[in-house]
Design a protein around this ligand. Structure first.
Ligand SMILES: Cc1cc2nc3c(=O)[nH]c(=O)nc-3n(C[C@H](O)[C@H](O)[C@H](O)COP(=O)(O)OP(=O)(O)OC[C@H]3O[C@@H](n4cnc5c(N)ncnc54)[C@H](O)[C@@H]3O)c2cc1C
Length: 386
């Protein structure tokens, strides 16, 4: 196990797990766990060593999200969303001096990054913006109605999408890195949801200003296709796997306890457990296969085509968001009333509520509709197996 994963496991088991129920109950930011991650230098993990970071890879972040997801899904989601933003800057900053200096600040101060991609009026279509940068003499201003910004008030900087200019069509977007000193957040929507309550994903009228060099020097279409979308689906898939893993861990402990009570008899839940373990294995295999695919895509010119990568990553999201709900549901049936109760060691209510966020966090219907278009152009018949 890498020292980073060991550190994340310690934060998960010793800090996040202890506060998870309170974070959920009060819909409050998991401050203790995020401080633990910051103290162990896990926020700047992806920053290259040339900029003072650990220079870790996406596989390390995926493993950590899975680990944290086993203890507190909100903590894992905050960490996942942060790392998606870091990955976008690391991969697309190029030689832009402002962006490179920001990466150094991120590593030094272990800054926490949030995102404002969703927009009121554009609903969940993050590849389309209404707001636009207003540029004057090398500086910009921007006003965005953001229906959801997770942990916006606790963040140190926010990545915001917008149209390139007021004349640009909705799809001609850029993404701009705005430190909190350049952002004003006027609260508009509360966050009282079924699950993922600790992400504190409130809505705001966001006003931002800064230098044009804060704009990532690559069109958002490319940032999204090459980094934001695949990394999102990998880290989300990992933390949903963590939720499912913990739920099945509780179900297994329940079946074991039943077996101890009645030696010689196979507990009723054992067969259901075996089926759920199979589903978990499929979920994990799919995640690992997509992780390898993504690593191949960023590591070589012969990697998978953009279309087959997009379809695979979309399928990962669709599949894991459904599997997590299914597996937690199976665990609930195995544990019965003990799983349904909110006050038992086998409680699964929080897992189930958190799991249901997966299908709406970028609507599965929207992703299926994208895949329906991409599938027509897919040439998977030409792709080698390995
Ligand atoms: C826990 C959590 C944290 C989040 N954090 C952030 C954040 O930090 N920053 C941020 O910007 N956003 C964030 N989001 C927002 C998220 O990424 C989605 O954009 C948002 O959940 C989509 O909102 P929606 O369901 O209202 O909109 P839509 O995607 O428009 O979906 C609404 C309905 O329309 C249907 N629909 C939409 N499009 C299609 C289509 N093409 N074909 C068929 N049916 C369609 C859907 O099935 C659904 O029923 C977060 C969401 C969650 C759940």
């Amino acid at each position: 196990m890498s020292p980073w994963l060991a550190a994340a496991r310690a934060v998960g088991a010793e800090i996040a797990a202890r506060h998870a129920d309170d974070v959920d109950l009060r819909a409050r930011f998991p401050a203790e766990a995020v401080t633990g991650l910051r103290d162990r230098q896990l926020l700047g993990l992806l920053v290259p060593s040339t900029e003072g970071g650990a220079g870790a890879g996406i596989a390390d972040v995926v493993s950590i999200c899975h680990e944290l997801g086993r203890y507190c899904a909100s903590t894992a989601m905050v960490y996942a969303m942060h790392q998606i933003q870091v990955a976008c800057i690391v991969r697309h900053a190029g030689h832009n001096p402002w962006q490179r200096a920001f990466l150094r600040r991120l590593a030094d101060g272990q800054l926490l990054l949030a995102s404002a991609t969703s927009e009121a009026g554009a609903a969940g279509d993050v590849r389309s913006s209404i707001c636009a940068l207003d540029e004057k003499r090398g500086r910009f201003t921007l006003v965005k109605q953001a229906p959801v910004i997770s942990y916006g008030e606790e963040s140190d900087a926010i990545l915001v999408t917008a149209r390139r200019t007021a004349q640009s069509p909705p799809s001609d977007q850029v993404i701009v890195v705005v430190p909190r000193s350049g952002v004003e957040l006027q609260p508009q929507e509360t966050w009282n949801t079924l699950g993922m309550r600790g992400t504190c994903s409130r809505g705001y009228r966001l006003t931002a200003e800064g230098e044009m060099s804060q704009v990532i020097p690559v069109p958002y279409a490319d940032v999204s296709a090459q980094t934001m979308l695949p990394v999102s689906h990998l880290v989300w898939g990992a933390l949903w796997l963590g939720i499912a893993t913990d739920a099945l861990g509780r179900a297994r402990a329940f079946v074991r306890a039943e077996a101890k009570k009645r030696p010689g008899e196979t507990p009723l839940g054992a067969a259901r457990l075996a089926v759920a373990v199979n589903e978990l294995q499929t979920m994990k295999s799919n995640l690992l296969a997509c992780l390898r695919l993504y690593e191949a895509a960023i590591g070589s010119v012969d990697g998978p085509s953009a279309i087959s990568l997009a379809v695979a990553m979309n399928n990962l999201k669709l599949g894991s968001s459904q599997s997590v709900v299914k597996i937690v549901g199976e665990a609930m049936l195995i544990c019965g009333l003990a799983g349904y109760r909110n006050d038992s060691p086998f409680s699964l209510g929080r897992h189930l509520r958190d799991a249901h966020s997966a299908a709406v966090m970028v609507s599965n219907d929207r992703i299926s509709a994208n895949n329906a278009t991409l599938a027509l152009a897919l040439r998977d018949d030409l792709e080698p197996l390995a």
